[in-house]
Design a binder for this molecule. Structure first.
Ligand SMILES: [Zn+2]
Length: 122
């Protein structure tokens, strides 16, 4: 390649177009205004790679779903594999239904319809 010899003078030569190759540093804006390094301390805005599905309260969406402490199969969808109650920020349940859900899970535990802990053996 003949460009190897011209590479040193390339920064001053403004007449010929800059080559689009990998030898230029990424974001080479030496003459740009935002040269202060301190401005780049801010983390980049969080942008998901894929559109995340909107969370919604399942009990608000389907009013026929009743929160019942005698229905452990429903309550099991809102507890972890260690039988802890999932937070509303994970499931998307609204505050009103999360309160009812928490009460129902605790009642179901007391009736032995749900375990308190995975350490439990009967
Ligand atoms: Zn709700």
């Amino acid at each position: 390649m003949a460009e190897e010899s011209v590479k040193t003078t390339e920064t001053t030569a403004g007449s010929r177009p800059a080559p689009r190759s990998a030898e230029r540093p990424a974001g080479g804006r030496e003459g740009a205004r935002g040269e202060r390094r301190g401005d780049d301390r801010r983390p980049p805005p969080r942008r998901p790679r894929y559109p995340r599905k909107r969370k919604f309260c399942r009990f608000c969406a389907d009013t026929s779903m009743q929160i019942d402490h005698k229905n452990p199969d429903l309550l099991k969808q809102f507890i972890t594999d260690r039988y802890k109650i999932l937070p509303a920020r994970v499931t998307g349940t609204c505050a009103k239904h999360q309160r009812a859900l928490t009460t129902a899970v605790k009642r179901a535990r007391n009736l032995a319809l749900l375990p308190f802990t995975p350490l439990h053996h009967d």
